[in-house]
Every structure is written in structure tokens, then in C-alpha cells.
Ligand binder design. Structure first.
Ligand code: ADP
Ligand code: MG
Length: 248
């Protein structure tokens, strides 16, 4: 994927807040950029920050004045698990706070999104999380979507924004009301259903390896990163990225 290098903008940007950084990148007219073959998804890259976003999300946030700065305020206010804060048509609920990531449900008008904000070094994967990867999570999701598009009943989460800089990662995806496959397998599935699911999942992983090659390094490719809908036996993959993107 080609990106736009705007080296030179950066040094002055060192101390920008997340919102300022995203606003600046989104508003920079020079960066209004190309269709990346994914329905107009645009990727912007500076020395310090990388941002990818869908045209739909851009259109949506433009319909709500100052939405980025209002979301930033809500992020500061929703500072405890289950805390919900609203500002006009925007509502943010903090779902969980972990080690270095905080998870939110974000409502913009009538649309629902999942927002993951991470900062600092993760304890579990210190090498990996020294590297920003929110941007690559989106990039890999778009590629995965292509790779899996012919497999019935398999979808990939729909990313809207992937942002990374030296200190922070943000990914926004469309909200999914799914059950984790892990929970389904552990608590609900019969042995026969579990076997059927495991076969299907190995088929999915096989297709991913075929599309990305054997050297692809998908961190966390597991049943806790898949939603499963038993009604129509649909699988939705998320939180997957090829760690080669960050040199691992
Ligand atoms: N698009 C989404 N809609 C609703 N819930 C989500 C969505 N994406 C992730 N989640 C929930 O948030 C949890 C953590 O998300 P994940 O991206 O896996 O974060 P981490 O990188 O910390 O593993 C998931 O286990 C899932 O329950
Ligand atoms: Mg996960």
C-alpha cells in the first residue's frame, strides 16, 4: 500500500495530543489521497504517525461538528469500567480497562463502533507492543477481507480508523454484537459442533496462510479473536495483524 510521506511536518508535531495529531493529519489538504483499492481507504504517514481511515468514517465524523475533540473529552470522562458519557449525539461507554489498553463502545448518531486505545508497553508481548500496530491492524484486516472473501460464513471486522504513533494506538471498528468463539466452544457447543467448528477454523487459517504466505506472523490467531454466531454459523475475525509489518 502506498502512503504519502510528509516528512517535515513532524518535528513540530512532537507534542500534539492524539486529537490534534489526528485532526491535523485528516485536515492536511496535501494528504487528500488516493483510492487504495479498498473502496477509497486512505493511508497517511508521517515520520511520527500513521493513520488509515475509510471514506465512510470521514463522512460520518464530518456530519457532527467537532466530533474528534468531543470524543477526546469523552475519552477523558469515561474513566471507569461501565462508565457512560454523552455529548450531544456522541456517547462513549468504557467497557474494560486492561494493562495498557482501554476498550470502549462509541455511538455516533445512530451508528455503533468499538474503539480500542492502547499506549505504552504491553507486558505480555514486550517486543511487539514497543512497536505501534493499530495502523497495521487495520491494514491487515483489509487484506484479510480480500483473502477470505470467497469462504462462506466468514467475515472480517470492519475497521474504520487505524492510528499509530510512537506512544499510542487507536483502532475503531464497526460494532459487532457477537459471542466470542472461545466462550461458545467452552460453554455451549456439543462435541460434534466443536469438531465442526474446529475444522472450519483450520480451513480459515489455511486460507490465510495461502494468501499471506507461510512466513506471515499473525499474532493472536485464536478463538478469543473470533466472534461466532450459532444461528447462521458465521465467523467474524478481528484483532489480527501480520507482525511482519512491524518487523517481527
Ligand atoms: N468490533 C467489536 N465490537 C464489539 N466488541 C468488540 C469488537 N472488537 C473487539 N471487541 C471485544 O473487545 C475485546 C478486546 O478486543 P481485541 O481487539 O481482541 O483487543 P486486544 O488487542 O486487547 O486483544 C474482544 O475480546 C471482544 O470481546
Ligand atoms: Mg484480542
Amino acid at each position: 500500500m502506498s502512503t504519502v510521506d510528509i516528512s517535515g511536518l513532524d518535528e513540530a508535531d512532537l507534542n500534539l495530543s492524539l486529537e490534534e495529531q489526528i485532526t491535523k493529519i485528516l485536515q492536511e489538504p496535501k494528504l487528500e489521497t488516493k483510492d487504495h483499492g479498498q473502496g477509497g481507504v486512505a493511508a497517511y504517514e508521517t515520520k511520527r504517525a500513521k493513520l488509515m481511515r475509510t471514506p465512510d468514517f470521514k463522512t460520518l465524523i464530518r456530519q457532527y461538528p467537532n466530533s474528534l475533540s468531543r470524543i477526546k473529552d469523552l475519552l477523558a470522562q469515561a474513566d471507569g469500567i461501565n462508565k457512560t458519557c454523552s455529548n450531544g449525539d456522541l456517547t462513549l461507554t468504557c467497557l474494560d480497562i486492561k494493562d495498557k489498553s482501554t476498550y470502549y463502545k462509541l455511538q455516533i448518531g445512530k451508528e455503533m463502533f468499538f474503539l480500542k486505545y492502547s499506549s505504552g508497553q504491553q507486558v505480555q508481548y514486550p517486543d511487539l507492543y514497543l512497536k505501534p500496530h493499530g495502523f497495521y491492524e487495520m491494514k491487515s484486516a483489509l487484506r484479510l477481507k480480500e483473502a477470505l472473501r470467497d469462504i462462506p460464513n466468514v467475515r472480517v471486522i470492519e475497521p474504520q480508523i487505524g492510528y499509530s504513533d510512537d506512544k499510542r494506538d487507536v483502532i475503531v471498528t464497526k460494532w459487532e454484537d457477537g459471542m466470542l468463539l472461545k466462550d461458545y466452544l467452552e460453554n455451549i457447543a456439543t462435541e460434534e459442533q466443536a469438531l465442526e467448528i474446529k475444522n472450519k477454523v483450520s480451513g480459515i487459517y489455511h486460507a490465510i496462510r495461502q494468501a499471506f504466505g507461510d512466513k506471515a506472523h499473525f499474532v493472536d490467531m485464536a478463538d478469543y479473536n473470533i466472534f461466532y454466531d450459532p444461528k447462521d454459523k458465521t465467523f467474524i475475525l478481528f484483532d489480527l495483524f501480520d507482525a511482519r509489518e512491524v518487523g517481527l
